[in-house]
Ligand binder design. Structure first.
Ligand code: SF4
Ligand code: SF4
Length: 126
């Protein structure tokens, strides 16, 4: 993966976070209830193994999530791909109800991310 592709991946994850975060901010009755110890552990491993980054940890919430600060998650979107791409509707139904335009944008972006992630995977396995 060249530096252009690496930078592009970071930007695409930010765009994905910009698309998915409002879904939680505008609809969730209990924000961050999906954040838990297991998801944060996955983030810790991805950050360390794929990017060599050690993340600062915070006091855990009631479900054991340890990357939440006062304003929500403290981790950059590209270091927590499973969280960045997650929304409740995408996970449960595979689309956003009543908003095909949003759904199309989501999968278009996801496809671009997955293409670059495949290049990164191939590099790591070499
Ligand atoms: S993914 Fe679901 S549970 Fe988690 S913050 Fe968003 S709307 Fe709430
Ligand atoms: S969004 Fe942040 S705090 Fe929540 S599970 Fe993912 S890494 Fe942990």
């Amino acid at each position: 993966m060249n530096s252009y592709q690496a930078d592009r991946l970071v930007v695409l994850y930010q765009q994905m976070a910009d698309l998915t975060a409002p879904e939680c901010a505008n609809t969730c009755k209990c924000p961050h209830t999906c954040c838990d110890e297991f998801a944060c552990q996955m983030t810790r491993e991805i950050a360390k193994e794929r990017y060599g980054v050690t993340l600062e940890e915070y006091p855990p919430n009631s479900r054991g999530a340890f990357y939440l600060g006062d304003k929500g998650c403290t981790v950059a979107p590209y270091l927590r791909p499973h969280c960045t791409m997650h929304t409740c509707e995408i996970s449960s139904m595979g689309f956003k109800r009543g908003d095909p335009k949003w759904t199309k944008s989501y999968f278009k972006l996801r496809e671009k991310i997955e293409r670059l992630e495949a290049i990164k995977d191939a590099e790591i396995q070499v």
